[in-house]
Write a protein that binds this ligand. Structure first.
Ligand SMILES: [Zn+2]
Ligand SMILES: [Zn+2]
Length: 241
């Protein structure tokens, strides 16, 4: 059987990306683990992996992606690695973005060791129920959150010594147990992405100020030539001239 393209990519990646780990073992369906297998993963905790079912002529590949649901990651191991070391995660975190409104996002998170801490790069998508500020109709607002934020450790990972706080007090930190929690970053970026005056569509026609009909659904029979009372004085002025 031919080696698949995905399979080849992994074999080519191995020599260049030292953080990829290779496990040898056995696998099988229905409770029997009889076939030799090689597991290739780029995570220490195996949240996603590729399974190669034959060590000599790999021909079956099963990418198994599991979404992680929380916003907290233990980065102790990553902090011990050299600058540039990286972890990739498929995540599906639930974050409270507005008071009492919990939203499930789906996307990717990349954690990269920097000289000072860990750079978190996230790309998340969700859709939230909104009310149009013009026509008051309910609609689903596509919320997209993308950020790159550096998180600074508060404790030196090898010696356990307290580190001075980052210069910018609004910076994100990694707690004393080496937990990086990106939930607050998602909340802040969601806030920026959400419009104060959400519109169901950019050309929303709104409601008729007289009968209240949603004008996106068609026009009404109201007389729209009625002059705003604030302009009446001006009209009289024009007549007398
Ligand atoms: Zn609208
Ligand atoms: Zn009307």
């Amino acid at each position: 059987m031919a080696v698949t393209q995905t399979c080849l990519q992994i074999f080519h990646m191995l020599p260049y990306i030292p953080i990829w780990r290779v496990y040898r073992g056995w696998w099988g369906g229905g409770g029997s683990c009889l076939k030799p297998a090689v597991l290739v993963t780029n995570h220490s905790d195996i949240t996603s992996f590729y399974l190669l079912t034959d060590t000599i002529t790999p021909h079956i590949i099963t990418p198994a992606v599991q979404y992680r649901g929380d916003t907290k990651f233990n980065v102790a191991q990553l902090l011990r690695e050299s600058v540039g070391a990286m972890r990739n995660y498929q995540i599906q975190p639930e974050v409270e973005i507005r008071q009492g409104e919990r939203v499930t996002f789906k996307g990717q998170l990349e954690l990269i060791r920097t000289d000072k801490g860990i750079l978190a790069r996230a790309n998340l998508k969700s859709s939230i129920p909104e009310t149009c500020s013009r026509c008051l109709a309910s609609f689903s607002y596509p919320l997209s959150v993308e950020f790159q934020e550096e998180f600074y450790p508060t404790i030196e990972v090898n010696l356990g010594l307290k580190l001075p706080p980052p210069e910018d007090s609004s910076s994100f930190t990694i707690d004393e147990n080496h937990i990086l929690d990106f939930g607050e970053a998602v909340r802040q970026y969601s806030e920026m992405a959400l419009s104060l005056k959400p519109l169901c569509q950019s050309e929303c026609a709104g409601l008729c100020p007289q009968c209240g009909k949603n004008l996106n659904e068609g026009s009404c029979k109201c007389d729209t030539s009625t002059i705003d009372p604030r302009w009446l004085a001006l009209r009289d002025l024009q007549i007398t001239n």
